[in-house]
Design a protein around this ligand. Structure first.
Ligand code: TRP
Length: 342
């Protein structure tokens, strides 16, 4: 079975943008692939961040993923920092990664502008992402379009490492992307991609009232000033959201009633809100259930990390050997077996 790996930052909120753009896809893929899903907390600390809430955000992201349908029977769900091999492989890959490539990454160039003094971690972010993927020798990586460039660099790093240490073979497979159909979900401002930091999202766990309070003022076709103005659904983000949450008949009706000025925007939003609330209801219920069982979450993340570490350990043994590092003295592993290793 081909193996897939994907990661998501513990932004604190899983919103309908990540859900439609990524998580739903993972939930489907977990049945056909060996699937690893990682909450990438080490990636979330490459800029200024709130360390006091990081652990809680990490937990919440895991709860959100499980509530959305990531099933521990089918997928290995874990937290990146629980598997120290990610950071170790990152360092080793660091030695074969061209600096120029890192400096060329568009995400780096964008983000670097926000710093007076750019942290090296921001530059090296893509190497850690390469390490995530290559550590499990994953074949496929379901990602959004904005990560394609990082994935290309991952392939280059794999090629460079293989050329140097692969002993004529491809120890690291070159991972290919799986692009999600819902490539980009626009935020409620009708402008930017939906993103927690822009405050233009609807949370996957929002209450029915919160959903309505956010949808009500959301941007629609600017040409519709009063409800008698005919609108153009194609330029209206609410219409696009209907396509994800409403049945096809409703979508057709929305388009017709918008063009014919038969519905006001608020009418249209009310229908969307009802359908969205219904779609998210089971997710919210599962999340509440999990929030009441912190031991269950611990257990799932513990099992996930253990399985991931086992896989990562196999890769690292081979990587250390091929890169010529002295094998750790065997006394170390016998001590570890006696449980002295934490
Ligand atoms: N950089 C990705 C993002 O911001 C998250 C990520 C980290 C990732 N490691 C990964 C995605 C490995 C896919 C595979 O969305």
């Amino acid at each position: 079975m081909p193996r897939i790996f994907s990661g998501i930052q513990p932004s604190g909120e899983l919103h309908i943008g990540n859900w439609l753009g990524a998580v739903q896809n993972w939930v489907n893929l977990q049945h056909s692939y060996e699937t690893l899903i990682c909450v990438v907390d080490l990636h979330a600390i490459t800029g200024k961040y709130d360390h006091e809430s990081l652990a809680q955000r990490t937990r919440e992201m895991a709860v959100g993923l499980l509530a959305a349908g990531i099933d521990p029977e089918h997928a290995i769900l874990f937290v990146q920092s629980h598997v120290p091999e990610h950071a170790e492989l990152q360092w080793l890959l660091n030695t074969v990664t061209p600096l120029g490539e890192l400096e060329r990454m568009t995400q780096f160039k964008d983000k670097a502008q926000r710093f007076e003094s750019v942290p090296a971690g921001l530059l090296n972010y893509p190497i850690l992402m390469a390490a995530d993927i290559l550590l499990y020798r994953a074949d496929l990586v379901p990602v959004g379009e904005d990560q394609i460039q990082h994935l290309e660099l991952t392939r280059e790093i794999a090629r460079k490492w293989n050329a140097e240490f692969g002993r004529g073979g491809a120890f690291f497979p070159e991972p290919q992307p799986i692009l999600t159909e819902a490539k980009r979900i626009t935020g409620l401002d009708g402008q930017a991609k939906m993103s927690k930091s822009l405050g233009n999202t609807i949370g996957l766990l929002d209450t029915p009232d919160e959903i309505w309070q956010k949808l009500r003022p959301a941007k629609t076709d600017p040409a519709r000033v009063t409800r008698r103005d005919p609108g153009n659904p194609e330029v209206c983000n609410i219409y696009h959201l209907h396509k994800y949450f409403s049945p096809p008949e409703t979508v057709a009706l929305v388009a017709e009633n918008c063009r014919g000025a038969k519905w006001g925007c608020l009418d249209c939003k009310r229908v969307l809100a009802d359908n969205m609330i219904a779609a998210l209801k089971p997710i919210r219920e599962r999340a509440f259930e999990l929030q009441e069982q912190p031991d269950r979450l611990e257990e799932i993340l513990g099992d996930g990390a253990l399985t991931a570490r086992r896989m990562a350990g196999e890769t690292m043994r081979e990587v250390r050997l091929r890169m010529g590092l002295l094998a750790a003295p065997s006394a170390m592993s016998s001590r570890a077996q006696r449980g002295l290793d934490s």
